[in-house]
Ligand binder design. Sequence first.
Ligand SMILES: Cc1ncc(COP(=O)(O)O)c(C=O)c1O
Length: 383
Amino acid sequence: MPTLNQYINEVTIPGTREFANKAAGLNDCIDLTLGQSDFAPPASVKSAMIQAIQDNQLRYTHNRGLIALRTAIAHTLKEKFNVDYHPETEIIVTNGGSEAIDAVFRTIINPGDEVILPSPCYLGYEPIIKLLGAKVVLVDTSKTQLVPTPEAIKAAITDKTKAVLFNYPTNPTGKTLTYQQIKGLAAMLKDEDIFIVTDEIYSENVYDAPHHSFLEFQELRDKLFVINGLSKSHAITGARVGYVVSNAELITHVTSVHLYNAICVATPSQYGAIEAFKDSDTVKIMNKAYIERRDYLFDKLTELGLPVEKPQGAFYIFPDISAYNSSSYQFATDLLERERLAVVPGSAFSKFGEGHIRLSFASSMEELKEAMVRLERFLKEYK
Ligand SMILES: Cc1ncc(COP(=O)(O)O)c(C=O)c1O
């Protein structure tokens, strides 16, 4: 047999999917594995997608996306963060946040490079970095309240470091960064010769304070990529709309990667996305429900004796199960087999996630209540 890409074995099915697939095969299973909203997408978004199809809008668009969509993104950035990014040259629409991550890393990474990931972290970064022959350098945030500090990031920088990635609000912990924390990181990073990639896909799902973007720190503009998208904010994970914001030179290169990979994002999805940028009500309604669910889970998990940080954003909660003498993988497997409750083992989010499980609260309150009944029963028996 001809040889495969030497790094292909680094890429395996993620823990989220593994447990979601197991859950799908079981009757009466409560599935708290995947990160997608249980809310319906806004009606205006659906109508715009249908209308686009009726109008035969099924041809390629500009590789960077419809200019009306990029303009809507630029307006949103101005309104939220008071920054000016040019829709023609500094924004590209991608197939979800996922393709944005892939295209950015493929634009900047050479084999042998190092990429710093504050961890526990989303499981979509490491495989891509490794597939490019680069090395992942994990920075443990568990001793600093799940926040990456400038000191810890600086200590991880070597002459091989190509980039550092920050994801906040963070999947899987629900932690986010304050303006002051971002400012501290930006002050340190402005003198470092490395790229900064931020994945702010949960920026709309924040519960205690408004989101601040790295875009607000213009001193980073020559080496910053900001990734965002509509999958989470508008409950359209299947529409595949994400985007990257950077400077014109870097976006030119991301466009080259993107156009050979995807040409463009599905045209009806782009029409839907234009409407999504006009809709700020849906996310407010969703966030109200997420706050209720978060508070319920936080109180209940605390009552069950599991140490847990209160999430400030995203829709995940990440309790500590290390008091139980079992790996997070075994714990999640036993929980699924005995109680038909599907969660994701913390080890899926790097070695620094071990000792935890991730529960998604993008599920109905009714399901969450039943999930807690099952978890309580499980914990009483579990050694
Ligand atoms: C942190 C983070 N980034 C990116 C993505 C991928 O988003 P999309 O569905 O838009 O590709 C996810 C999905 O769960 C995520 O949690």
